[in-house]
Design a binder for this molecule. Sequence first.
Ligand SMILES: Nc1ncnc2c1ncn2[C@@H]1O[C@H](COP(=O)(O)OP(=O)(O)OP(=O)(O)O)[C@@H](O)[C@H]1O
Length: 249
Amino acid sequence: MIEIENIKKSFDGKAVLHGISGTFEKGKTNLIIGASGTGKSVLLKCIVGLVKPDEGTVTYDGRDFTHGDKSLRTDIRREIGMLFQGGALFDSMNVEANVMFPLNVLTKMPQAEKLDRVNFCLERVGLAGVNKKMPSEVSGGMKKRVGIARAIVNNSKYLFCDEPNSGLDPQTSITIDNLIQEITYEFDITTVVVTHDMNSVMEIGDYILFMHQGYKKWEGSTATIAQADVPELKDFIFANKLMRTMIKK
Ligand SMILES: Nc1ncnc2c1ncn2[C@@H]1O[C@H](COP(=O)(O)OP(=O)(O)OP(=O)(O)O)[C@@H](O)[C@H]1O
C-alpha cells in the first residue's frame, strides 16, 4: 500500500499541487486521472522520488519514503517498476537485454537465472520467443508489453504506469490495460496508473483519484464515478461522447 498525505509542489512560485492525499492499495489498479496540465505527472514524480515535494509525505507500506534516509529510499526504489510513456526502451538493445537491464543493475543473479526470469516475464506478457528482436522491429503495443515485462522483472512490489495507452489504438489500449490489471492481481502489486483515457477508467479503475488544477476533487471507483456530483469530474467524463451516451448526465 502507498499512502500520500498532503503533497504540495510549486515551481517558480506557481503552485502545481495543492495538498493531495490518497491511498493506493495493494493488489489494486489505482488511477490518477484528470485533464492535461492538471498535475498528474508531477504527482507521480513526487510519489516515485523524481521530484521532491515541498510538503507532505509518501509512505510505502508504512515506510516514510519522503523523509527516510538514503538506504531506505534506495531499498524502496529497488521495489519500484516503471512503465514510461512510449515504453522508453533502449533502442540499441534487443528485447531480452531491455528486459534484463534492471536485473543487471539491481541484482547479482547468475546469468542463467536472469534469463529464466526474463523468459518468464516475456511469456507472461505474451511475447515468448521475441528475445532477439530489436525495439524498431516490434509494434507499439509490443513495445508496451516489453516495457511491462521490464517493469516487473525484478519482482516489483509497486508498478507505476505513465499514460500506458499513449499512441495505441483503442483495441490495443484495452489489451494493455487488461494486462496491467491481470498482473496487478496475479502478483499482488500496488499499481498506480496516470491516465486521461476514460476507457481505462471504466475498465480497470479499482480506485480513482481525480485531479483538477492541482487539487484532488474526487476519489472513488468505477462503480461510483457515474453518480459523482462534482462538476469538474462530470465535465471530464462527459467530454467523451461515448460516455455521454452510456451514462446519462
Ligand atoms: N519541472 C517543471 N518546472 C516548471 N513547471 C512544471 C514542471 N513540471 C511540470 N510543470 C507544470 O506543472 C503543471 C502540471 O504538469 P503535469 O505534467 O503534471 O500535468 P499532467 O496532468 O500530467 O498533464 P498531461 O496529461 O498533459 O501529461 C503544468 O502547468 C506544467 O507546466
